[in-house]
Design a protein around this ligand. Structure first.
Ligand code: FES
Length: 225
């Protein structure tokens, strides 16, 4: 884990949410699914977890939504990269990226590796999706059960409050076993990043409570359902 600073150089809007472009040292750039804790030096009491939406020269795109108070030119104190991210199986050839939250941006850093291993990729979301590579097929969430049968790997981005319904969304009965590789990025506030053990990010797993900030935020689907 590193400490450093980054400069927010510009903002962008995606589905009405603010993202940004952050310049920072290479060793601070989070891998897909990992995060940094960022603070703008204001009176805000807590740092904000930020995720990559993909690399840019000298830094990375901040996935939405970033705080309204952050403006271009802001200097951010950064700590990280933190947590456990996605690990794309090298053998995966049918890959589904599933966005159940308000942005698909946290899944986009997986595209480069997935395309690089010649996989077929479907992004499943009901959001307006822009600037995707032409190789990526888009399907609505209504197709999720069918896509889950086709995929040999799923990366799912889900707000913590939707976890209880995830098994049904994927088309599993209560007894059915999960037979494919799937990893789940649990989106939750993570104010201390494991430093204070505040418990705000607690997630129920098969082995009891886990902290998304350090045991996740990416979990194996089998741990969760
Ligand atoms: S954010 Fe405090 S324990 Fe996870």
């Amino acid at each position: 884990m590193k400490h450093g600073t980054g400069e927010l150089t510009e903002l962008y809007l995606e589905n009405g949410l603010r993202g940004g472009r952050l310049l920072c040292a290479q060793n601070l750039i989070p891998a897909p699914g990992q995060y940094l804790l960022a603070h703008d030096g204001s009176d805000a009491p807590l740092p904000v977890p930020v995720f990559s939406a993909g690399p840019v020269p000298g830094g990375f795109l901040l996935a939405p939504a970033i705080p309204q108070t952050w403006q271009p030119g802001a200097s951010l104190s950064l700590r990280g990269p933190l947590g456990r991210g996605f690990s794309l199986p090298a053998a995966a050839r049918n890959i589904a990226l599933v966005s159940l939250g308000e942005t698909s941006a946290r899944l986009k850093p997986l595209l480069t590796a997935a395309l690089g291993q010649g996989a077929s990729i479907v992004l499943v979301s009901d959001l307006d999706l822009a600037e995707l590579p032409p190789e990526v097929e888009v399907q609505p969430l209504a197709a999720l059960v069918e896509i889950a049968k086709w995929a040999d790997y799923l990366a799912i981005d889900v707000p913590r409050e939707f976890l209880l319904g995830l098994r049904e969304m994927l088309g599993f009965s209560k007894q059915a076993r999960v037979r494919f590789e799937a990893q789940v990025l649990v989106v939750t506030p993570m104010p201390c990043g494991g430093l204070a053990e505040c418990g705000v990010c607690a997630v129920t797993t098969r082995r009891g409570w886990k902290m998304a900030c350090k045991d996740g935020p990416v979990f194996d689907l089998r741990e969760l359902i």
